[in-house]
Write a protein that binds this ligand. Structure first.
Ligand code: AHR
Length: 497
């Protein structure tokens, strides 16, 4: 039996709702078709945003959305995406399929989408091919409330009131697609560019995100932080750097031969689980360096790209990164979100890549049809962790899987605002069911649960959209503790009082 002792008395801290964030790039069919269909489309929409997609995203309470990239961000020139549609410049999306980008989804459309979702906004600026002036004017355009050239231009384009930018990323992957920079060079650019990300709304200052490492590149983290926090030392970390990004993707077969999303062996299942669990090592690795410069943990680790990345679905554009989503992806999401909850002292935001039709998407679309993926269900089952107090959990008697490298069951727990305790559990075994016992150290008054289960390869299609969906979970209280059976590849969400 896998036993978990949950300590209600010593919360680890608040789980930032932003840990459940999303990422939408101008890549393949994420923005265009997936989210935005233009107002005159036959697909029901509000101001161009697909109604089915917006409604499904509201159900999982998207807390924050990152846009416009990704690699696209460092090629994006925001002035191309404002003003009358017919005048908007066309460009080649060189990173993603070499297709023509018509800029019909730009700044105004992004804020409209976030308005409809009711989520926070995370804009990623262009350091790789953009100027300081361009970045500074974008911030002025979006947030200045007064008389200024950019505020006037915004009003001329139909939006007199400023918007609220919650987060601003100063470049993306500047060690790679964002300019192939060295860490010292980027860090100096960060110092310079962030200076001009002005705070015009003192009631809601923009939080600035510095471009952090790829996977385990701790040299990048060390050099960037040393340069940023070196001479002259910024007087106050707030307003200078609020977050450091980390990008990590799970490629079961490695970067070159990632493997199929739908066809995989038991060996590949466990390789995927092991790589998903590796997120915890990465948080510790980079967190230790961050602790040196920021012992107060004022700078959040912002995992603004994570998820499983496989070979594209056969027959689809290789530059569009379209992949199916199975119970294996549900497990990747469940394990990763549990890790973030358990490290909520350092991880302050995370954005799954990407929201619709790209990589580990929560939704897939085909013309007017839309399906929820197993990953969507995990976000749905975990949604009450947002803003809750993470609780420490001690595991006892948990078996191992995958050649004894991994725990069979992995969990996280939180105390909800309205009372009650939410425990989310993932069974990493591809073949064996596990009996799980949750002990609060007192008699549980009530216990109820929801389960996502299916064979490892199970997934939803446009013909069978509900092959995988949530179902009730039988939870019983035995000698004061909650017990339930977690099937192989199962994810459970249990609420205890
Ligand atoms: O999410 C796809 C790409 O992965 C992003 O554009 C880039 O930042 C990362 O390499």
């Amino acid at each position: 039996m896998a036993m978990f002792r949950i300590d209600e008395a010593k919360p680890l801290g608040r789980i930032a709702p932003e840990i459940y964030g999303h990422f939408s790039e101008h890549l393949g069919r994420c923005i265009y078709e997936g989210i935005f269909v233009k107002p005159d489309s036959g697909i029901p929409n509000v101001n161009g945003m697909r109604t089915d997609v917006v409604e499904a995203l509201k159900e999982i309470r998207v807390p924050v959305l990152r846009w416009p990239g990704g690699c696209f961000a460092d090629e994006y020139h925001w002035k191309d995406g404002i003003g009358p549609l017919e005048g908007r410049k066309r460009m080649i999306n060189t990173h993603w399929g070499g297709v023509v980008e018509d800029n019909s989804f730009g700044t105004h459309e992004f804020f409209e989408l976030c308005r409809q979702l009711g989520c926070k906004t995370y804009i990623n600026g262009n350091v790789g091919s953009g100027t300081v002036q361009e970045m500074s004017e974008w911030v002025e355009y979006m947030t200045f409330d007064g008389v200024s050239p950019m505020a006037e231009l915004r009003a001329k384009n139909g939006h007199a009131a400023p918007w609220r930018v919650d987060y601003f990323g100063v470049g993306n992957e500047n060690w790679g697609c964002g300019g192939n920079m060295t860490p010292g060079y980027y860090a100096n650019l960060y110092r310079r560019y962030q200076t001009y990300v002005r705070c015009y709304n003192h009631d809601a200052p923009i939080k600035k995100i510095c471009g952090g490492p790829n996977v385990d590149d701790v040299k990048w983290t060390k050099k960037v932080l040393k340069t940023c926090f070196g001479h002259p030392q910024p007087e106050d970390v707030h307003g200078f750097m609020d977050g450091l990004s980390l990008h990590y993707y799970v490629h079961p077969g490695g970067w070159k031969h990632k493997g199929s999303a739908l066809e995989f062996t038991e060996e590949e299942w466990y390789a995927t689980m092991e790589k998903a669990l590796y997120m915890e090592d990465l948080i510790r690795l980079h967190g230790d360096v961050m602790d040196k410069y920021d012992p107060e943990k004022s700078v959040g680790l912002i995992v603004d790209e994570w998820g499983a990345w496989y070979d594209v679905e056969p027959g689809t554009n290789p530059g569009f990164l379209y992949q199916q989503n199975t119970m294996r992806d549900a497990l990747v999401a469940a394990v990763t979100l549990n890790i973030f909850n358990n490290h909520c002292d350092r991880v302050k935001m995370a954005c799954i890549a990407q929201m619709v039709n790209v990589l580990q998407a929560v939704l897939l679309t085909e013309g007017p049809k839309m399906i929820k993926t197993p990953t969507w269900y995990v976000f749905h089952m975990y949604r009450d962790h947002q803003g809750a107090q993470a609780l420490p959990v001690k595991a006892e008697g948990v078996g191992a899987v995958g050649g004894s490298k991994m725990p069979a069951v992995q969990v996280s727990a939180s105390k909800l605002e309205h009372g009650g305790i939410l425990v989310t559990a993932a069974n990493l075994s591809m073949t064996d069911s596990q009996t799980v016992r949750l002990d609060l150290g007192r008699t549980a008054e009530s216990a109820s649960g929801v389960l996502l289960t299916g064979e490892a390869h199970a997934h939803n299609t446009f013909d069978a959209p509900e092959a995988v969906k949530e179902q009730p979970l039988a939870v019983t209280v035995v000698d004061g503790a909650a017990e339930f059976e977690l099937p192989p590849c199962g994810v459970a969400s249990v609420c205890l009082t």
